[in-house]
Design a protein around this ligand. Structure first.
Ligand code: ADP
Length: 493
């Protein structure tokens, strides 16, 4: 697969961001300045329109008066009034009194009657028609502007015009156009462009620099992590990722270090487990080999010795078989996460466990007391629950003296079922309590008592109970007995 380094990606991102920043700064500035200039120009046109109307009305009056006072008597002719008015307007134009705008006069049919020499004559349009129909001035209208001009090239705002309705003495309603070409405003827009572009480019370079420095810092941290990871991979197990600073990269390093520590602990535990298992197996194997040698040398001549050796081989091989079964159960507990989920009576299972234990311990004068006749239903895997309780009951019997009691009581507490396995046996020394659930752990007392256990029973029981979502705890008083309490979720029976 094509691989693009993070560095290149970050560079691409920074460049794209900086370019977008330049564009955004330029566009926003352009829009703000253009709007301001247009507002200024429109206000200028509106201002020019007022004196223009006054001047026009005044000239109309003057034309009418001059024609009426004409001794030749031509005053009645509207053509004379028209001529006098248009002459008057030309005269006004030539004095320069009309200011910065251009003017044009159209009659109601749209025909041009008069215009200033430098003014723009605008084509007929809806704005002028609207003013005629309404008989009142409308808003300022923009003609011929090029949209977004001024952003990259020189600005062109076209012409701004205000249409004013006027009354002509000779032909009735007409419209006076006040037309303004906003060259000054365009010049302002043009003059802002260069410095704004420069500013935007400086801002973009700055942001590019800052983003690249940030990216270089993060990539530097990642590089440090990578080097450390390479060293670990190359077989330096003590190396840990540097937990650089209180930031996300530091957090990542801390999490990975924690994972490495866990894996180390697991590998250690596994190695210890294999060593312990081999050690446990080595003892019966050595015993068997010893007795086989005895058989080989004296077996034929001494029948008593032969019987003793065969008996011992039988015992040791049974012990090996038991150890193998327990190891298998432990490994299965490690792997099996799927538990059956069926409804069953915990009390009935406990009674069965106790009956089996009583049979196995016949002649040891132990009393086995079980839950009464009642039922206690729960949902779970009955065989695994029975296996765990059976381990606890067997231990209770194993570590009890003649005349002792082994009892199992059950209780329901809210969503849980509690099973208590108690004995009146030897009890467990305080220093052993934290370890009895560890694999292959046996207290010194039970080692010397030769009870025949491997120290796997409680580890198996705990595994099963925890996999079923429950927990196990122990209370014990040395010399007077122990109580193991199992708490299992009841399910929905
Ligand atoms: P084992 O096969 O040795 O019994 P377990 O894992 O079942 O292994 O138990 C671990 C150790 O905990 C035992 O060796 C014993 O010292 C102690 N222990 C467990 N159950 C009891 C009990 N009911 N009374 C006294 N000691 C117990």
């Amino acid at each position: 697969m094509h691989r693009t380094s993070l560095k290149i990606r970050l560079l691409g991102l920074s460049v794209a961001f900086s370019a977008a920043l330049v564009g955004a700064i330029l566009l926003v500035t352009y829009l703000v300045v253009t709007k301001a200039m247009r507002d200024t120009a429109e206000a200028g046109v509106a201002q020019l329109a007022v004196p223009a109307k006054v001047a026009f009305d005044r000239r109309t009056e003057m034309a009418r008066e001059s024609v009426a006072a004409d001794p030749s008597g031509a005053g009645a002719s509207s053509a004379a009034v028209e001529k006098a008015l248009l002459d008057g307007l030309d005269e006004l134009d030539s004095t320069g009194a009309l200011g910065a705008a251009g003017y044009a006069l159209h009659d109601a049919s749209g025909e041009l009657l008069w215009s200033t020499t430098d003014g723009h004559v605008l084509p007929a349009g809806p704005a002028r028609a609207r003013v005629l129909a309404a008989g009142a001035s409308g808003d300022v209208t923009q003609y011929g502007a090029r949209p977004l001009s001024g952003l990259l090239g020189s600005a062109d705002m076209g012409d701004l015009a205000m249409h004013i309705p006027v009354e002509l003495p000779f032909s009735g309603a007409a419209v006076l156009d006040v037309v303004y070409s906003p060259h000054r405003e365009e010049a302002v827009i043009d003059s802002v462009r260069a410095p704004m572009t420069l500013l935007a480019v400086i801002a973009a370079m700055l942001s590019l620099f800052i983003m690249q420095s940030g990216a270089a810092w993060v990539l530097g941290l990642v590089e440090v992590l990578r080097k450390a990871a390479d060293s670990i991979q190359a077989g330096e197990p003590e190396v840990r990722l540097p937990e650089v600073g209180d930031n996300e990269v530091g957090d990542l390093a801390r999490s990975i270090n924690e994972v490495i520590r866990k894996l180390d602990r697991r590998a250690e535990a596994q190695a210890r487990f294999v060593a312990d298992a081999s050690h446990e197996l080595a003892t019966p194997v050595a015993g068997i080999r010893g007795y086989v040698n005895i058989l080989r040398v004296w077996g034929a001549e001494d029948p008593a010795l032969r019987d003793e050796a065969v008996g011992a081989i039988d015992r040791e091989s049974r012990r090996m078989a038991r150890l193998c079964a327990e190891l298998l159960s432990l490994v299965r507990g490690d792997r099996e996460t799927e538990f059956r989920s069926v409804r069953f009576d915990v009390n009935a299972r406990c009674r069965e466990v106790l009956a089996d234990a009583a049979t196995r311990n016949l002649g040891r004068q132990l009393e086995f007391i079980g839950p009464g006749e009642g039922q206690l239903a729960m949902v779970g895997d009955p065989d695994r629950v029975e296996e765990a309780i059976s381990i606890l009951v067997d231990n209770a019997a194993k570590y009890s003296q003649a005349g002792g009691q082994v009892s199992v009581t059950t209780r329901r507490r809210r969503d849980h079922v509690l099973v208590e396995v108690s004995d009146t046996g030897a009890g467990i020394p305080d220093e052993d309590l934290p370890h009895i659930f560890d694999r292959f752990y046996r207290s010194d007392a039970s080692r010397s008592a030769e009870t025949g256990g491997f120290g796997l029973g409680l580890a198996i029981a705990k595994r099963i109970i925890e996999a079923a979502g429950g927990e196990i705890e122990v209370r014990s008083t040395l010399g007077s007995g122990s109580t193991f309490t199992v708490r299992l979720p009841r399910g929905r029976p």
